[in-house]
Ligand binder design. Structure first.
Ligand SMILES: [Zn+2]
Length: 101
């Protein structure tokens, strides 16, 4: 948690926005831990599911649900957000992520 204390009143504010990311499926802000992260791997630029956050690159986030995954693949939204081509099997991989809970 990111907490900041006011020196005037001593009240502690939790800065939530730093930990929240926007799902590209439904557009809602959610806690980063509750989202699937997909990163464009450099230099070859293919999109991968980023489980360990060790892969650096342009990233997008998706909720752990079917609707958001479907929405991300409609109108090529995921490919556009990552500015790269998305492998055909990525959707299957994402749907598999839902079952590993
Ligand atoms: Zn969503």
């Amino acid at each position: 948690m990111n907490e900041r204390k006011c020196i005037g009143c001593g009240g502690v504010n939790v800065i939530k926005s730093l930990h929240q990311r926007k799902c590209i499926g439904c557009g809602q802000l959610k806690d980063r831990q509750g989202l699937i992260r997909i990163t464009r791997r450099n230099p070859n630029g293919d999109a991968v599911i980023n489980r360990d956050t060790k892969t650096f690159g342009r990233s997008v986030y998706l909720c752990y649900n079917n609707q958001c995954i479907e929405a991300a693949f409609k109108k090529n939204r995921l490919a556009k957000a990552l500015r790269t081509s998305v492998p055909d099997d990525l959707k299957g991989q994402l749907l598999n992520e839902l079952r590993t809970d």
